[in-house]
Ligand binder design. Structure first.
Ligand code: AMP
Length: 251
């Protein structure tokens, strides 16, 4: 696997591909089995498989969350190599934001709901950085997890709104055996927190009202940020030990 740090380096590589099919998986690092499933699909469906590891500061509304985000670059490299990824794009802030984030992609409707209502500016950061990645990498196919279902929907809307010639491929949520959606942030939980965390999915999937689910989660020690049904899907975010966990299920 080649590690690419700048846009210029990547452009040189890309010129050698001719019309090969490029698959792309953007990540923020701290890679785990959830990411691995996207990498494997990307590897299987494309001639050139590209991943990015970039902890994008513009999508963090909470500075502490950014500073404590669990990531280990060497471990990430090993996982990507094991998945057969050809190129890892790992830029710096200056590479990604030569404009210092003066230019943004903003969606004005769905991005203000659910996680967007609780994390102001979050989806502006996500849409902007993914637009930049798409313009740099120029993938044929790009892979996103349904764990971040709202993010996937917003990216799909962006691709349509700006006529981007890229196929977005949604990938199912990878869970622990106990139902917990695998997430880099799970690593921030204590052993006790990790034992409680599966309750989020367990309670969300119950045949009960939203108010009952909120009460059960609160009883179990979560601080519920929101539980909302929207277009046939039930979305939730809840804090456990100050770690913000998200999940979603078919409503
Ligand atoms: P992140 O590094 O958290 O930005 O995630 C990078 C990509 O991996 C996003 O498209 C996520 O939705 C996806 N992803 C993260 N965790 C999971 C999971 N447990 N199952 C499926 N996809 C995931």
């Amino acid at each position: 696997m080649k590690i690419i740090r700048t846009v210029e380096e990547w452009k040189k590589e890309r010129e050698t591909f001719k019309n090969k099919k490029i698959g792309f998986v953007p990540t923020m690092g701290g890679l785990h089995a959830g990411h691995l499933s996207l990498m494997k699909k990307c590897r299987a469906e494309n001639e050139i498989a590209v991943a990015s590891v970039y902890l994008n500061p513009t999508q963090f509304n909470d500075k502490k969350d950014l500073e404590t985000y669990p990531a280990n670059f060497d471990d990430d490299v090993k996982l990507l190599e094991s998945a057969g990824i050809d190129y890892l794009f790992a830029p710096t802030y200056t590479v990604m934001y030569p404009d210092d984030y003066k230019y943004k992609v903003i969606e004005t409707d769905f991005s203000k709901m659910l996680c967007g209502a609780k994390r102001p500016g979050h989806f502006d950061g996500v849409l902007t950085v993914v637009m930049k990645f798409f313009n740099i990498i120029r993938p044929t196919n790009a892979y996103f997890g349904e764990k971040d279902f709202q993010q996937y929907q917003l990216l799909k809307g962006m691709v349509e709104a700006f006529f981007l010639d890229i196929n977005l491929i949604p990938c199912p949520i990878v869970r622990e055996e106990n139902g917990l959606a695998i997430s880099s942030r799970n690593r921030k939980l204590s052993a006790e927190g990790l034992a409680k965390a599966p309750k989020l999915h367990e309670i969300l999937a119950m045949k009960k009202s939203i108010a009952e689910k909120e009460a059960l989660l609160t009883e179990a020690g979560f601080k519920v940020d929101y539980i909302t049904e929207y277009k046939g899907r039930l979305y939730a975010a809840a804090f456990l030990e100050d770690v913000r966990l998200i999940d979603n299920v078919n409503a």
